[in-house]
Design a protein around this ligand. Structure first.
Ligand SMILES: [Zn+2]
Length: 233
């Protein structure tokens, strides 16, 4: 193993000397655990792949719902592989900018919330983070993506980066069964402005649940969207 990196939802393990990449996708609820040097590592239901290292450690890929994937791809062909060829930029890397976002959204009628969750436009903005970034930017999630001005996209791009950076620092947020590689549970993040808070008042705003109904929940593309109709236009 020369390096371990990530692109969108894929974990990429660069191998040597073969110059292949072992690519893992955890699907909905898959996990990787790395066991110590004990002679008999613990077996669990849904362990689908085991890799033994010379050190005596073992990497185990567990995938209860079988939505995960494992590929072995020659490194020079990685970018052209079907898993990677259509992916947009990483929000926390240099290729992400409001100008690039503006160009990709030009003429698009899909709602801005669904656009920023579209992996071909920008990767890694999950449902919670899309709601929170749009809330902070004051942009209504139902607005047609192509009609959001460059100035507003500049604010949105900044908030996407900030929301993701905060979530990473907090150890992630979403799945209740998420586990870290050492088997401990991930941390939970409870500091959401609008997510999962329908009917409540949003922070820093004059929305009164008794008068205005507070934070609204709607469904877009089969996913829950939370927003404040007073703050987001
Ligand atoms: Zn509000």
């Amino acid at each position: 193993v020369r390096a371990v990196r990530r692109r969108a939802k894929y974990i990429i393990i660069d191998l040597s000397p073969s110059e292949d990449c072992l690519v893992l996708h955890l699907g909905m609820s898959g996990s990787i655990r790395i066991s110590g040097k004990s002679a008999q590592p613990e077996k669990r239901p849904h362990d689908h792949m085991e890799i033994d290292f010379r050190s005596g450690k073992r990497l185990i890929f567990n995938d209860p719902r079988r939505f995960g994937a494992v590929y072995l791809i020659p490194a020079p062909a990685l970018d052209r592989h079907k898993a990677f060829v259509h992916l947009g930029p990483e929000p926390l890397e240099d290729g992400f900018s409001a100008a690039g976002l503006h160009a990709r959204l030009k003429g698009r009628t899909m709602p801005i919330k669904q656009a920023i969750m579209d992996q071909s436009i920008v990767v890694g903005v999950g449902n919670i983070y899309a709601c929170e970034a749009l809330f902070r930017a004051g942009i209504r999630p139902t607005l047609a993506a192509g009609r959001v001005s460059l100035k507003r996209l500049e604010a949105l791009a900044g908030h996407i980066c900030a929301v993701l950076a905060e979530a990473i620092a907090a150890g992630g947020s979403s799945l209740r069964d998420h586990r870290r590689v050492d088997g401990d549970m991930g941390y939970f993040q409870h500091s959401f402005g609008v997510y999962d808070r329908a009917g409540e008042a949003c922070p820093g705003c004059d929305c009164k649940p008794s008068r205005t109904g507070g934070i609204k929940r709607i469904v877009q593309g089969g996913r829950s969207t939370f927003y404040c109709p007073r703050k987001q236009s």
